[in-house]
Design a protein around this ligand. Structure first.
Ligand SMILES: Cc1cc2nc3c(=O)[nH]c(=O)nc-3n(C[C@H](O)[C@H](O)[C@H](O)COP(=O)(O)OP(=O)(O)OC[C@H]3O[C@@H](n4cnc5c(N)ncnc54)[C@H](O)[C@@H]3O)c2cc1C
Length: 439
């Protein structure tokens, strides 16, 4: 190992959006920062495939006009002109047919629920929106299923929420907390009745954002890619640097922008912290992007109520963003698994795609001759599983080790997102800067 003489105010471990965002915020406050990223590229889960005329995310991504912190960062990075805001059409696959669910008329026509069921669904949405913070916290130990049944009744549960919960959480669905469901409904139910929900995307994909942020961080700080942290150094009970295979970097503070299990591999965290954060499980995700000749869906996002299909969600990206740079239609087919040992998650890529394409043929009368190419990505930690008790297991940004801070998708509730990574990055950078300056 080469001992380096470099010393930093702060080392950020992880170059996903939580890490890059934190580094960017610290650098803007004039601190000396090093980012260590294990992979060859920055961006973490927001990596893209590069094609000759366009780039497309490995995992589908969009954001919302209400994501204020993210929009402010986009403005400060000088890339506001790269953002497009468009109606994000959604629908439901029920009984073999696709039903768009964007306008009141479409919702009224939806055959999946009776009229009385629709009224009860509206009542449930209203109940979720009017709960106060204390009630929300109480629901942390109540299952979403029990809460839906008690407010919306059996039909609303079975015919509307059960397939959504199963699609999102698989076999963990019965254990998902009502606090998560209520918070999620509150977050996403503010759509315009006329236009549906507005979504944002970048003209050149999220890689526009990764590039702009990485450019700024590289220009002002030090970034080492392909150099995973092997250990966080603690001296006198205080984080004092990071060891990698090739270097020993000293610093006055460390931010771990990683999930708790990855952080616990780098430093001996107190037992209580490990036990509590260890209650948080992660879902894995398999996500294929398929380039096809012709459109398959009339909408962007399709929720699926069909046991026979091997994927839980399907998107036609061009129905969100139809860039003239695309030379095909881009379909996302994704499955969520409650464990990375799930057989589908472990299938060889060719076999997995074969299953997915077969599903497309059977359900959407799609033809193989329309296939241009496919790519598959997998993430073992694609998002937290919001089981009952999640709120009490959620760690704080301060860790029990002095001057070691933590920012990751587990700090996001009810939904991990790029926007929330930016919000956290701002909070953590403030904490670090105020601690170091107050010295
Ligand atoms: C299928 C899918 C769809 C999604 N859709 C959306 C969406 O539409 N909108 C949205 O806003 N968000 C979406 N997200 C969520 C979003 O991608 C994440 O919330 C966000 O990217 C998380 O950023 P992060 O920095 O916390 O984690 P990550 O992106 O996982 O970054 C962690 C980084 O740490 C690095 N690392 C790990 N170990 C080490 C080590 N020892 N040393 C150094 N580096 C290390 C990793 O290589 C990685 O780069 C989606 C995610 C998935 C999986």
């Amino acid at each position: 190992m080469d001992a380096t003489t470099d010393s930093y105010d702060c080392i950020v471990v992880g170059g996903g959006f939580a890490g890059l965002g934190t580094a960017w915020n610290l650098l803007r406050r004039g601190l000396r920062v090093l980012v260590l990223e294990a992979a060859a590229d920055l961006g973490g889960l927001v990596a893209s495939y590069a094609f000759p005329t366009f780039r497309i995310e490995k995992f589908y991504h969009h954001f919302f006009p209400s994501d204020r912190e993210l929009l402010t960062a986009i403005r400060d990075l000088g890339i506001s002109d790269r953002v497009v805001t468009v109606p994000g059409s959604v629908g439901y696959l029920v009984g073999g047919a696709v039903y768009p669910l964007n306008t009141p008329f479409e919702i009224l026509r939806f055959p999946g629920l009776s009229f009385a069921g629709k009224v009860r669904l509206a009542r449930l949405v209203r109940a979720a929106r009017t709960l106060d913070a204390a009630e929300l916290e109480r629901l942390d130990n109540v299952s979403a299923i029990d809460w839906i049944r008690s407010i919306g009744g059996e039909e609303v549960y079975m015919r509307f929420f059960a397939p959504l919960l199963k699609g999102k959480f698989g076999e963990a669905a019965p254990d998902i907390s009502a606090a998560w469901l209520v918070a999620r409904v509150r977050l996403r139910s503010g759509r315009s009745l006329r236009k549906g929900e507005m979504l944002c995307y970048f003209r050149g994909g999220f890689q526009d954002l990764v590039d702009a942020l990485a450019r700024d961080v590289v220009a002002r700080g030090d970034v080492r890619m392909g150099e995973p942290a092997a250990a966080i150094v603690v001296e006198h009970g205080m984080a004092a640097g990071v060891l990698t295979k090739t270097g020993h970097y000293r610093s006055r503070a460390v931010v771990a922008a990683l999930t708790p299990p990855l952080l616990a591999r780098l430093v001996a965290m107190p037992e209580e912290w490990v036990r509590t954060t260890g209650r948080i499980e992660f879902q894995a995700c398999t996500c294929a992007v398929v380039g096809v000749r012709r459109s398959v869906l009339p909408i962007y996002w399709l929720n699926i109520d069909c046991e026979d299909l091997p994927f839980d969600v399907m998107l036609e990206h061009n129905n969100l963003m139809n860039s003239p740079d695309y030379d095909c239609r881009l379909l996302y087919l994704a499955s969520y698994h409650s464990r990375p040992t799930d057989p589908l998650f472990c299938l060889p890529e060719e076999d997995l795609v074969e299953k997915y394409l077969h599903g497309l043929e059977r359900q959407f009368h799609w033809q193989r001759s329309d296939l241009l190419w496919w790519r598959v990505a997998r993430a073992a930690q694609a998002g937290p599983i919001y089981r009952k008790g999640y709120l009490s297991a959620m760690p704080t940004h301060e860790t029990p080790i002095h001057r070691l801070w933590h920012a990751s998708m587990v700090h996001s509730f009810p939904e991990r997102s790029v926007a929330d990574s930016f919000r956290q990055a701002d909070v953590v950078a403030r904490l670090v800067a105020s601690e170091l300056r107050g010295q």
